[in-house]
Write a protein that binds this ligand. Structure first.
Ligand SMILES: Cc1cc2nc3c(=O)[nH]c(=O)nc-3n(C[C@H](O)[C@H](O)[C@H](O)COP(=O)(O)O)c2cc1C
Length: 248
C-alpha cells in the first residue's frame, strides 16, 4: 500500500470518528425477485448499521460486464455508457459497501458479478474502495450439510469476498440464507424429471415437505445480519450510534 493511500485511509477514518462527515452505507442486491429473501436480508444488515443507507436493486438498472479494455485506467471512469457509471459513483461516494446476491448454477448471479466488475475503474492509482468496510449477503438453495452438492453459498461468498480483498477493502463478514429452489414454486416440482427437489433434499422430498424458505424464519441468518450491520458500524467508528438506533 502506498503512503498516499495509507494517509487517505487514516484521514477518512479519523474524520468519520469525529463525525465530521456523514457516513453512508450502500447496499446492492443482484436478486431479480421482488422483495426477495436476499433483499430483505440486505435491508436487515443496512438497518443494523444505524447509519444513513441506500439500497440499490440491480434489476432496475442496465449494467454490462467489464470489457477489459483498460479504458478506465487514466480516467477512473468506464467507457461503457450505461447505468454502471452512476452505480460505480455511488460505491465511490459510500463509506461502506454490502453486496447481496444469489447463486444460479452454484456461483454468484450475473448481475452482481457485472456490478463487481464495473467497480474496476475505482482501482487505478487511487484505490478508491481501499480501507472501506464491506460485507456480503448470499441466498442459495443447496443445503450446506449435503457435501455431495456444489458449495453454492460458499462460492457466492468467495466471489464477493475476493473482490473486496483484491481491492484492499476491510471485509467484515457474511450472511448466508437458505433460499428456495425454483422448483418449489414452478408448479411441476413433484412431477418434472429435472426437478431440483429430490436432487437437493433426497428422493422422498416433495414440494410440500420442503416448503417455502424465508429469511425471517432463519434465526441464525437474522442474527448474522444484525451482527454484520454492527460490525460495519464498528469499523466505521459509529458503533454506539448503530446499537442505540437498533435498540430504540
Ligand atoms: C436459474 C436458477 C438456477 C439456480 N441454481 C442454483 C444452484 O445451482 N445452487 C443453488 O444453491 N441455488 C440455485 N438456485 C436458487 C437460488 O440460489 C436462490 O436460492 C433463489 O433463487 C433465491 O430465491 P429466494 O429469494 O426466493 O429464496 C437457482 C435459481 C435459479 C433461478
Amino acid at each position: 500500500m502506498t503512503l498516499i493511500l495509507q494517509r487517505r485511509i487514516i484521514i477518512s477514518v479519523l474524520a468519520i470518528q469525529e463525525r465530521k462527515i456523514k457516513v453512508k452505507v450502500l447496499g446492492v442486491s443482484g436478486s431479480p425477485i421482488k422483495n426477495s429473501n436476499t433483499d430483505r436480508a440486505l435491508k436487515a444488515v443496512l438497518d443494523a448499521t444505524g447509519c444513513e443507507t441506500e439500497c440499490v436493486k440491480l434489476m432496475d438498472y442496465t449494467i454490462e460486464p467489464c470489457r477489459a479494455c483498460l479504458g478506465c485506467v487514466k480516467t477512473n471512469t468506464c467507457v461503457i455508457k450505461d447505468d454502471g457509471i452512476a452505480l460505480t459513483e455511488k460505491a465511490k461516494a459510500a463509506d461502506a459497501l454490502v453486496i447481496a446476491g444469489f447463486t444460479p448454477y452454484s456461483t454468484i448471479d450475473s448481475r452482481t458479478k457485472a456490478f463487481i466488475e464495473r467497480l474496476y475503474p475505482l482501482r487505478h492509482t487511487h484505490g478508491f474502495m481501499a480501507g472501506k468496510p464491506g460485507g456480503v449477503v448470499i441466498t442459495f438453495a443447496a443445503p450446506e450439510e449435503n457435501d455431495m452438492l456444489p458449495p453454492a453459498g460458499q462460492m457466492g461468498i468467495n466471489a464477493v469476498q475476493f473482490y473486496m480483498m483484491e481491492e484492499g477493502m476491510n471485509f467484515v463478514g457474511a450472511v448466508k440464507i437458505q433460499g428456495n429452489v425454483p422448483c418449489v414454486k414452478c408448479v411441476y416440482g413433484d412431477e418434472c424429471k429435472m426437478s431440483g427437489i429430490p436432487m437437493l433434499y433426497g428422493p422422498d422430498a416433495t414440494v410440500d415437505s420442503v416448503g417455502i424458505k424465508s429469511f425471517e424464519e432463519q434465526p441464525v441468518a437474522v442474527e448474522a445480519a444484525r451482527e454484520l450491520g454492527h460490525k460495519i458500524a464498528e469499523a466505521l467508528g459509529t458503533a454506539n450510534k448503530a446499537i442505540d438506533s437498533h435498540e430504540k
